[in-house]
Design a binder for this molecule. Structure first.
Ligand SMILES: NC(=O)c1ccc[n+]([C@@H]2O[C@H](COP(=O)([O-])OP(=O)(O)OC[C@H]3O[C@@H](n4cnc5c(N)ncnc54)[C@H](OP(=O)(O)O)[C@@H]3O)[C@@H](O)[C@H]2O)c1
Length: 172
C-alpha cells in the first residue's frame, strides 16, 4: 500500500512569521495561490474553522474539505466537520487512500499548522520576502529538523505584492 504523507501547508509566511490579518491574508500573491491549488488538488485538506470562513469560494473544489471546530452546531456546506485533529487526520487518510492521493494537507491556520508540524513528513512553505503587519503568526520553524528538497525564488509578478520563495522541506 503506498504511504500517505501528512503535510504542513502549503504555508505562506512573512519574514516576521505573519500568516494572517483580519481573518484573511495581508498580501496578494497570485503566483503563490496557483502553487497552493497545484499542490493541494485531488488531496484531502484539513483546516480550522476560521480558515474555512476566510475562503472566498467554499469548498475548495476537487479536494475533500475537512474543517475542525469545537462547535457542535457548525455545519459547513460542502465540508466534513471534526472536533479533533487526530480524527480529522484519520478521516483524511482514509479518503486519500480511496482517492489514490499520496498526501493529506493541513492548510491552516496557526494552531493547525503547529499540530501538523509535530507530525508532518513534509512542509510546503512559501517564504515571503517582506515583514508584513498581521495578527496571526507562526512560531519560527526548527529548521535543523528538516531538510530542504527544493527551493524556487519568484520575483514579484504583476499580481504579486512581494517576491517569495517556494520551498519543500522533508523531515530528517
Ligand atoms: N498564510 C497562510 O498560509 C494561511 C493559511 C491558512 C490561514 N491563514 C490565515 O490565518 C487566519 C486564520 O487562522 P487562525 O489560526 O486564526 O484560525 P484557524 O486555525 O483557521 O481556526 C481556528 C478555529 O478552528 C477550530 N480549531 C482549531 N484547533 C482545533 C482543535 N485542535 N480541535 C478542534 N477545533 C479546532 C476552532 O473552531 P471553533 O471556534 O469553531 O471551535 C478555532 O476557533 C486567517 O487570517 C487566514 O487568512 C493563513
Amino acid at each position: 500500500m503506498p504511504t500517505i504523507t501528512l503535510t504542513a501547508g502549503p504555508i505562506a509566511r512573512a519574514r516576521n512569521g505573519v500568516i494572517g490579518k483580519d481573518g484573511g491574508l495581508p498580501w496578494r500573491l497570485k503566483s503563490d495561490l496557483a502553487n497552493f491549488r497545484a499542490v493541494t488538488m485531488g488531496k484531502p485538506v484539513i483546516m480550522g474553522r476560521k480558515t474555512w470562513e476566510s475562503l472566498p469560494k467554499k469548498p475548495l473544489v476537487g479536494r475533500t474539505n475537512i474543517v475542525l471546530s469545537r462547535d457542535g452546531s457548525f455545519e459547513p456546506q460542502g465540508a466534513l466537520v471534526c472536533e479533533e485533529f487526530t480524527e480529522a487526520v484519520g478521516i483524511a487518510r482514509e479518503q486519500a487512500e480511496e482517492d489514490g492521493a499520496r498526501e493529506v494537507c493541513v492548510i491552516g491556520g496557526a494552531s493547525l499548522f503547529e499540530l501538523a508540524l509535530a507530525k508532518a513528513g513534509r512542509i510546503y512553505l512559501t517564504d515571503i520576502d517582506a515583514e508584513i503587519d498581521g495578527d496571526v503568526t507562526l512560531s519560527p520553524l526548527d529548521e535543523s529538523l528538516w531538510r530542504e528538497v527544493s527551493a524556487k525564488a519568484y520575483p514579484a509578478g504583476e499580481d504579486d505584492d512581494y517576491p517569495f520563495t517556494i520551498r519543500v522541506l522533508e523531515r530528517r
